[in-house]
Design a protein around this ligand. Structure first.
Ligand code: MLT
Length: 329
Protein backbone atom coordinates (compact mmCIF):
# COMPACT_ATOMS: atom_id res chain seq x y z
CA UNK A 1 0.00 0.00 0.00
CA UNK A 2 1.33 3.46 -0.92
CA UNK A 3 2.49 5.68 1.93
CA UNK A 4 -0.02 8.42 2.80
CA UNK A 5 1.00 11.13 5.27
CA UNK A 6 -1.23 11.94 8.26
CA UNK A 7 -1.69 15.46 6.97
CA UNK A 8 -2.83 14.29 3.49
CA UNK A 9 -5.16 11.83 5.15
CA UNK A 10 -6.61 14.56 7.38
CA UNK A 11 -7.24 16.85 4.37
CA UNK A 12 -8.84 14.02 2.40
CA UNK A 13 -11.09 13.06 5.36
CA UNK A 14 -12.13 16.69 5.83
CA UNK A 15 -12.93 16.89 2.11
CA UNK A 16 -15.06 13.75 2.25
CA UNK A 17 -16.82 14.96 5.42
CA UNK A 18 -17.73 18.32 3.90
CA UNK A 19 -18.73 16.73 0.60
CA UNK A 20 -17.25 19.55 -1.47
CA UNK A 21 -14.08 20.68 0.26
CA UNK A 22 -11.80 19.58 -2.61
CA UNK A 23 -13.68 21.51 -5.35
CA UNK A 24 -13.95 24.49 -2.99
CA UNK A 25 -10.17 24.44 -2.56
CA UNK A 26 -9.73 24.33 -6.35
CA UNK A 27 -12.07 27.33 -6.70
CA UNK A 28 -10.22 29.32 -4.03
CA UNK A 29 -6.96 28.80 -5.95
CA UNK A 30 -8.52 29.58 -9.32
CA UNK A 31 -6.83 30.14 -11.67
CA UNK A 32 -3.51 28.48 -10.94
CA UNK A 33 -2.64 27.51 -14.52
CA UNK A 34 -3.26 28.90 -18.04
CA UNK A 35 -6.82 29.09 -19.36
CA UNK A 36 -7.64 28.06 -22.94
CA UNK A 37 -9.99 30.34 -24.91
CA UNK A 38 -11.44 28.48 -27.89
CA UNK A 39 -12.21 30.60 -30.95
CA UNK A 40 -14.51 28.53 -33.19
CA UNK A 41 -13.17 30.06 -36.42
CA UNK A 42 -9.80 30.36 -38.16
CA UNK A 43 -7.00 32.64 -36.98
CA UNK A 44 -6.86 36.09 -38.54
CA UNK A 45 -10.64 36.56 -38.76
CA UNK A 46 -13.04 38.81 -36.84
CA UNK A 47 -13.79 36.46 -33.92
CA UNK A 48 -10.08 35.82 -33.53
CA UNK A 49 -9.39 39.58 -33.48
CA UNK A 50 -11.94 40.20 -30.70
CA UNK A 51 -10.88 37.09 -28.78
CA UNK A 52 -7.17 37.86 -28.75
CA UNK A 53 -7.73 41.40 -27.47
CA UNK A 54 -10.02 40.20 -24.69
CA UNK A 55 -7.83 37.20 -23.83
CA UNK A 56 -4.76 39.32 -23.24
CA UNK A 57 -6.56 41.75 -20.92
CA UNK A 58 -8.37 38.97 -19.04
CA UNK A 59 -5.09 37.14 -18.54
CA UNK A 60 -3.53 40.25 -17.00
CA UNK A 61 -6.40 40.49 -14.51
CA UNK A 62 -6.50 36.75 -13.72
CA UNK A 63 -2.73 36.48 -13.24
CA UNK A 64 -2.59 33.55 -15.66
CA UNK A 65 -2.31 33.57 -19.47
CA UNK A 66 -5.51 33.11 -21.44
CA UNK A 67 -4.24 31.17 -24.44
CA UNK A 68 -6.25 31.41 -27.66
CA UNK A 69 -6.80 28.21 -29.62
CA UNK A 70 -8.57 28.34 -32.99
CA UNK A 71 -10.87 25.37 -33.55
CA UNK A 72 -12.53 26.31 -36.84
CA UNK A 73 -14.86 24.31 -39.06
CA UNK A 74 -18.53 23.37 -39.45
CA UNK A 75 -19.74 26.94 -38.98
CA UNK A 76 -18.34 27.33 -35.46
CA UNK A 77 -19.87 24.11 -34.12
CA UNK A 78 -16.58 22.19 -33.71
CA UNK A 79 -15.11 24.77 -31.35
CA UNK A 80 -18.38 25.09 -29.43
CA UNK A 81 -18.55 21.30 -29.08
CA UNK A 82 -15.06 21.23 -27.64
CA UNK A 83 -16.05 23.67 -24.88
CA UNK A 84 -19.50 22.19 -24.15
CA UNK A 85 -17.82 18.81 -23.60
CA UNK A 86 -14.82 20.14 -21.62
CA UNK A 87 -14.42 19.79 -17.84
CA UNK A 88 -16.42 22.59 -16.18
CA UNK A 89 -13.44 23.84 -14.19
CA UNK A 90 -12.92 27.31 -15.69
CA UNK A 91 -9.84 26.31 -17.68
CA UNK A 92 -11.62 26.03 -21.05
CA UNK A 93 -13.81 28.92 -22.24
CA UNK A 94 -15.41 29.90 -25.55
CA UNK A 95 -15.72 33.17 -27.39
CA UNK A 96 -18.58 32.81 -29.86
CA UNK A 97 -20.97 35.09 -31.69
CA UNK A 98 -24.52 35.29 -33.04
CA UNK A 99 -24.06 31.69 -34.23
CA UNK A 100 -24.95 30.66 -30.65
CA UNK A 101 -28.45 31.95 -31.48
CA UNK A 102 -28.79 30.49 -34.99
CA UNK A 103 -27.07 27.10 -34.62
CA UNK A 104 -29.79 25.62 -32.33
CA UNK A 105 -32.23 26.02 -35.26
CA UNK A 106 -29.83 25.52 -38.18
CA UNK A 107 -28.46 22.14 -37.03
CA UNK A 108 -30.69 19.13 -36.63
CA UNK A 109 -27.91 16.97 -35.15
CA UNK A 110 -24.96 18.08 -33.03
CA UNK A 111 -22.57 16.21 -30.73
CA UNK A 112 -23.27 18.74 -27.95
CA UNK A 113 -26.19 20.63 -26.49
CA UNK A 114 -26.08 24.08 -28.15
CA UNK A 115 -28.27 25.69 -25.49
CA UNK A 116 -27.87 23.77 -22.23
CA UNK A 117 -24.19 22.96 -22.71
CA UNK A 118 -22.94 26.38 -21.57
CA UNK A 119 -22.81 28.94 -18.79
CA UNK A 120 -22.89 32.48 -20.26
CA UNK A 121 -20.13 34.68 -18.79
CA UNK A 122 -21.05 38.02 -20.36
CA UNK A 123 -21.58 39.83 -23.66
CA UNK A 124 -18.49 41.33 -25.30
CA UNK A 125 -19.27 43.39 -28.44
CA UNK A 126 -21.83 44.08 -31.12
CA UNK A 127 -20.23 44.39 -34.56
CA UNK A 128 -21.76 45.80 -37.78
CA UNK A 129 -21.38 43.80 -40.98
CA UNK A 130 -20.38 45.07 -44.41
CA UNK A 131 -21.22 43.74 -47.85
CA UNK A 132 -17.99 43.60 -49.84
CA UNK A 133 -16.75 42.18 -53.15
CA UNK A 134 -13.53 41.59 -55.07
CA UNK A 135 -12.28 45.03 -56.02
CA UNK A 136 -12.79 44.53 -59.78
CA UNK A 137 -16.45 43.44 -59.48
CA UNK A 138 -18.62 44.82 -62.28
CA UNK A 139 -20.66 47.10 -59.97
CA UNK A 140 -20.10 50.46 -58.29
CA UNK A 141 -23.20 50.89 -56.14
CA UNK A 142 -25.45 48.58 -54.16
CA UNK A 143 -28.11 48.99 -56.88
CA UNK A 144 -25.56 47.85 -59.52
CA UNK A 145 -24.60 44.91 -57.32
CA UNK A 146 -28.21 43.83 -56.82
CA UNK A 147 -28.71 43.94 -60.62
CA UNK A 148 -25.53 41.87 -61.11
CA UNK A 149 -26.63 39.26 -58.55
CA UNK A 150 -30.04 38.96 -60.23
CA UNK A 151 -28.39 38.65 -63.64
CA UNK A 152 -25.64 36.14 -62.74
CA UNK A 153 -27.21 34.27 -59.79
CA UNK A 154 -25.36 31.01 -59.09
CA UNK A 155 -22.51 32.04 -61.41
CA UNK A 156 -21.42 34.35 -58.56
CA UNK A 157 -19.46 32.89 -55.62
CA UNK A 158 -20.39 34.06 -52.13
CA UNK A 159 -17.75 33.24 -49.48
CA UNK A 160 -18.83 32.36 -45.96
CA UNK A 161 -17.55 30.54 -42.87
CA UNK A 162 -20.04 27.65 -43.02
CA UNK A 163 -23.60 27.12 -41.83
CA UNK A 164 -23.91 28.93 -38.51
CA UNK A 165 -21.37 31.65 -39.31
CA UNK A 166 -22.37 35.31 -39.27
CA UNK A 167 -21.32 35.52 -42.91
CA UNK A 168 -23.72 32.65 -43.64
CA UNK A 169 -26.61 34.40 -41.87
CA UNK A 170 -25.84 37.68 -43.66
CA UNK A 171 -25.76 35.81 -46.99
CA UNK A 172 -29.15 34.24 -46.27
CA UNK A 173 -30.60 37.70 -45.59
CA UNK A 174 -28.97 39.14 -48.72
CA UNK A 175 -30.21 36.35 -51.00
CA UNK A 176 -33.69 36.72 -49.51
CA UNK A 177 -33.59 40.52 -50.03
CA UNK A 178 -32.57 40.18 -53.70
CA UNK A 179 -34.60 36.99 -54.15
CA UNK A 180 -31.72 35.24 -55.92
CA UNK A 181 -29.40 32.41 -54.90
CA UNK A 182 -25.64 32.52 -55.36
CA UNK A 183 -23.12 29.69 -55.01
CA UNK A 184 -21.76 29.62 -51.46
CA UNK A 185 -18.13 28.74 -50.83
CA UNK A 186 -17.51 27.72 -47.18
CA UNK A 187 -14.24 28.40 -45.33
CA UNK A 188 -13.10 27.70 -41.76
CA UNK A 189 -13.41 31.41 -41.06
CA UNK A 190 -13.65 34.69 -42.91
CA UNK A 191 -9.93 35.37 -42.26
CA UNK A 192 -8.93 32.86 -44.98
CA UNK A 193 -12.01 33.79 -47.05
CA UNK A 194 -10.81 37.39 -47.08
CA UNK A 195 -7.50 36.30 -48.62
CA UNK A 196 -9.40 34.75 -51.53
CA UNK A 197 -11.66 37.78 -51.91
CA UNK A 198 -8.64 40.09 -52.04
CA UNK A 199 -7.04 37.67 -54.53
CA UNK A 200 -10.23 37.74 -56.63
CA UNK A 201 -10.95 34.00 -56.55
CA UNK A 202 -14.37 34.54 -54.95
CA UNK A 203 -16.80 37.35 -55.78
CA UNK A 204 -18.63 38.47 -52.65
CA UNK A 205 -18.73 38.24 -48.88
CA UNK A 206 -20.61 39.81 -46.00
CA UNK A 207 -18.34 40.12 -42.99
CA UNK A 208 -17.83 41.94 -39.71
CA UNK A 209 -16.14 45.35 -39.69
CA UNK A 210 -13.50 43.90 -37.35
CA UNK A 211 -12.23 42.03 -40.43
CA UNK A 212 -13.22 44.37 -43.26
CA UNK A 213 -12.55 47.97 -42.15
CA UNK A 214 -8.82 47.93 -42.88
CA UNK A 215 -9.29 46.17 -46.25
CA UNK A 216 -12.01 48.65 -47.26
CA UNK A 217 -9.81 51.61 -46.30
CA UNK A 218 -6.87 50.09 -48.20
CA UNK A 219 -9.03 49.55 -51.30
CA UNK A 220 -8.21 45.84 -51.55
CA UNK A 221 -11.95 45.03 -51.65
CA UNK A 222 -14.98 47.06 -52.79
CA UNK A 223 -17.60 47.87 -50.15
CA UNK A 224 -21.29 48.39 -50.95
CA UNK A 225 -23.13 48.78 -47.64
CA UNK A 226 -23.01 48.53 -43.88
CA UNK A 227 -25.85 46.39 -42.50
CA UNK A 228 -26.84 48.71 -39.64
CA UNK A 229 -29.65 51.30 -39.41
CA UNK A 230 -27.07 54.14 -39.20
CA UNK A 231 -23.75 54.74 -40.93
CA UNK A 232 -20.73 53.98 -38.72
CA UNK A 233 -17.94 56.34 -37.65
CA UNK A 234 -15.14 54.02 -38.81
CA UNK A 235 -16.46 54.01 -42.41
CA UNK A 236 -18.45 57.26 -42.72
CA UNK A 237 -18.67 57.18 -46.55
CA UNK A 238 -20.25 53.75 -46.67
CA UNK A 239 -24.06 53.90 -47.08
CA UNK A 240 -26.35 51.72 -45.01
CA UNK A 241 -28.13 48.89 -46.80
CA UNK A 242 -31.39 50.87 -46.53
CA UNK A 243 -29.77 53.95 -48.08
CA UNK A 244 -28.46 51.72 -50.88
CA UNK A 245 -31.95 50.33 -51.62
CA UNK A 246 -32.21 47.15 -49.48
CA UNK A 247 -34.12 48.27 -46.36
CA UNK A 248 -34.74 44.80 -44.86
CA UNK A 249 -31.13 43.73 -45.11
CA UNK A 250 -29.89 44.45 -41.56
CA UNK A 251 -27.87 42.42 -39.07
CA UNK A 252 -25.29 43.04 -36.31
CA UNK A 253 -23.09 40.37 -34.81
CA UNK A 254 -22.88 40.10 -31.04
CA UNK A 255 -20.15 38.17 -29.26
CA UNK A 256 -20.27 36.52 -25.85
CA UNK A 257 -18.05 34.46 -23.60
CA UNK A 258 -19.05 30.99 -22.28
CA UNK A 259 -17.88 28.26 -19.94
CA UNK A 260 -19.11 24.65 -19.99
CA UNK A 261 -22.39 24.05 -18.15
CA UNK A 262 -21.76 23.16 -14.51
CA UNK A 263 -18.84 25.56 -14.02
CA UNK A 264 -19.02 26.60 -10.33
CA UNK A 265 -20.61 30.00 -9.66
CA UNK A 266 -17.47 31.53 -8.02
CA UNK A 267 -15.46 30.70 -11.16
CA UNK A 268 -18.18 32.15 -13.42
CA UNK A 269 -18.06 35.29 -11.27
CA UNK A 270 -14.27 35.49 -11.41
CA UNK A 271 -14.24 35.13 -15.21
CA UNK A 272 -16.97 37.77 -15.51
CA UNK A 273 -14.92 40.18 -13.35
CA UNK A 274 -11.93 39.68 -15.65
CA UNK A 275 -14.16 40.28 -18.69
CA UNK A 276 -15.52 43.50 -17.15
CA UNK A 277 -11.95 44.65 -16.59
CA UNK A 278 -11.10 43.94 -20.24
CA UNK A 279 -14.19 45.80 -21.47
CA UNK A 280 -13.07 48.89 -19.53
CA UNK A 281 -9.53 48.81 -20.93
CA UNK A 282 -9.02 52.05 -22.92
CA UNK A 283 -6.64 50.30 -25.34
CA UNK A 284 -9.30 47.74 -26.22
CA UNK A 285 -11.99 50.41 -26.59
CA UNK A 286 -9.71 52.34 -28.99
CA UNK A 287 -8.87 49.27 -31.08
CA UNK A 288 -12.55 48.29 -31.25
CA UNK A 289 -13.46 51.85 -32.33
CA UNK A 290 -10.82 51.73 -35.10
CA UNK A 291 -12.50 48.55 -36.33
CA UNK A 292 -16.05 49.91 -36.25
CA UNK A 293 -17.24 48.42 -32.97
CA UNK A 294 -17.28 49.09 -29.21
CA UNK A 295 -17.16 47.06 -26.00
CA UNK A 296 -20.58 46.23 -24.56
CA UNK A 297 -21.37 48.65 -21.67
CA UNK A 298 -20.37 46.92 -18.42
CA UNK A 299 -23.94 47.06 -17.08
CA UNK A 300 -24.94 44.72 -19.95
CA UNK A 301 -21.98 42.36 -19.60
CA UNK A 302 -23.42 40.23 -16.77
CA UNK A 303 -24.08 36.48 -17.11
CA UNK A 304 -27.81 37.05 -16.42
CA UNK A 305 -28.25 39.68 -19.14
CA UNK A 306 -26.16 37.59 -21.51
CA UNK A 307 -28.44 34.57 -20.98
CA UNK A 308 -31.60 36.65 -21.43
CA UNK A 309 -30.27 38.27 -24.63
CA UNK A 310 -29.07 34.93 -26.04
CA UNK A 311 -32.44 33.21 -25.44
CA UNK A 312 -34.32 36.13 -27.01
CA UNK A 313 -32.04 35.99 -30.05
CA UNK A 314 -32.65 32.24 -30.51
CA UNK A 315 -36.38 33.01 -30.55
CA UNK A 316 -35.86 35.95 -32.94
CA UNK A 317 -33.92 33.98 -35.58
CA UNK A 318 -35.83 30.66 -35.39
CA UNK A 319 -38.77 31.65 -37.64
CA UNK A 320 -36.52 33.42 -40.15
CA UNK A 321 -34.24 30.39 -40.47
CA UNK A 322 -37.21 28.04 -40.70
CA UNK A 323 -38.69 30.20 -43.46
CA UNK A 324 -35.36 30.15 -45.35
CA UNK A 325 -35.44 26.35 -45.03
CA UNK A 326 -31.65 25.90 -45.00
CA UNK A 327 -30.59 23.40 -42.37
CA UNK A 328 -27.42 21.40 -41.74
CA UNK A 329 -27.72 17.70 -41.00
C1 MLT B 1 -14.70 34.43 -38.23
O1 MLT B 1 -14.17 34.77 -37.18
O2 MLT B 1 -14.08 33.84 -39.12
C2 MLT B 1 -16.11 34.85 -38.47
O3 MLT B 1 -16.73 35.28 -37.31
C3 MLT B 1 -16.83 33.89 -39.29
C4 MLT B 1 -18.26 34.27 -39.48
O4 MLT B 1 -19.03 34.04 -38.56
O5 MLT B 1 -18.65 34.73 -40.53
Amino acid sequence: MAYVSRRTLAIAMAAVASGFAAPALAQANYPNRPITMIIPFAAGGPTDTVGRLIAQAMGADLGQPVVVENVGGAGGTLGAQRVANARPDGYTILLHHIGMATIPTLYRRLAYDPVNGFEPLGLVTEVPMTLIARRNIEANTLADLVALIRQRGEALNYANAGIGAASHLCGLLLMKAVDTRMTTVPYRGTGPAMNDLVGGTVDLMCDQTTNTTEQIRAGTVRAFAVTTPERIGALPDLPTSAQGGLPGFEVSVWHGLYAPRGTPAPIVERLNQALLKALQDPGIAQRFADLGTAPVPVARATPAIHREFWMADIAKWRPLIQAAGQFAD
